[in-house]
Ligand binder design. Structure first.
Ligand code: DGL
Length: 268
């Protein structure tokens, strides 16, 4: 088992997991992060479960080689479809966490919530991970889910804070599937980038759950409870991608004050 000052590994299919990485950097500045964006295989949301498991376990091996003490699956599609497989694959070599469980735990405890909407990729929505886990913890809640597959390419292509993204947001959120919700889970780590636009669509009358912050807080508690909090910063954050895409670099730099240096690693 690695030392407590070893990095926290995170991975996503692309830029999305950086919303989680950013929330972690803000809350836990002592932790060194090792991020992998699988840009060569983006999007995960349209892939089969087997393929997502194959990519995810391969990335876990890479993060283990980097000595990560914790591997956080910073991608809902992979969390929903490959968490148990990655955990079994990694065994006792590192801790494995996902982004679905912390959000489910948080929402199930929200006192004023009666009707929860969940949006995410097709792979996440079809898995029913949020739906089933929320109803298990809070059987009185109503859960309505909708796949919103255009959001990821829209964000990756830089269509944010503009008329095109507003029109796509309206087209999805006005659907009958999400009628009368009081709370909305952004079940994809790309979506916090358009969180304000989504809140504005609802005139701020629907609680839009900030999953990146919730996951970072869950991780902090987890590290504290397991004696895994870093005592000092071991080095700079590291960012790896499986393919170089200009949009990754542009959006990545929107999230961090530090300039992100991307290194390309061919895993497959
Ligand atoms: N950011 C991802 C998620 O949380 C996946 C997007 C994709 O690759 O389809 O699901």
């Amino acid at each position: 088992m690695s030392s407590i000052n070893n990095p926290i590994g995170l991975f996503d299919s692309g830029v999305g997991g950086l919303t989680v990485a950013h929330a972690i950097s803000t809350l836990l500045p002592n932790e060194q992060l090792c991020y992998f964006g699988d840009t060569a295989h983006l999007p995960y949301g349209d892939k089969s479960r087997e393929t997502i498991v194959h990519y995810s376990t391969g990335i876990a091996d890479f993060l283990l080689e980097k000595g990560c003490k914790v591997i956080l699956i910073a991608c809902n599609s992979a969390s929903a479809n490959a968490y148990h497989e990655v955990k079994a694959h990694v065994g006792d070599r590192a801790r494995v966490l996902n982004v679905v469980d912390p959000v489910v735990e948080h929402v199930a405890q929200m006192q004023d919530t009666r009707h929860v909407g969940v949006i995410g990729t097709k792979a996440t929505i079809v898995s029913r991970s949020y739906h089933d886990a929320i109803l298990e913890k809070a059987p009185n809640m109503q859960v309505s889910s909708l796949a919103t597959p255009l959001f990821v390419p829209m964000i990756e292509e830089g269509f944010v804070f503009d008329d095109i993204s507003n029109a796509i947001i309206r087209a999805y959120l006005s659907r009958q599937d999400l009628a009368d919700i009081d709370t909305l889970i952004l079940g994809c780590t790309h979506y916090p980038i358009i969180r304000n636009q989504i809140s504005r669509y609802y005139n701020f009358e629907v609680t839009v759950v900030d999953s990146a912050r919730i996951v970072a807080e869950y991780l902090k508690k987890y590290l504290e409870e397991n004696g895994l909090l870093a005592t000092g910063r071991a080095g700079e954050n590291q960012y790896f991608v499986s393919d170089h895409t200009p949009s990754f670099e542009t959006i990545a730099n929107m999230f961090f004050n530090e300039k992100i240096i991307l290194e390309r690693i061919a895993l497959w």
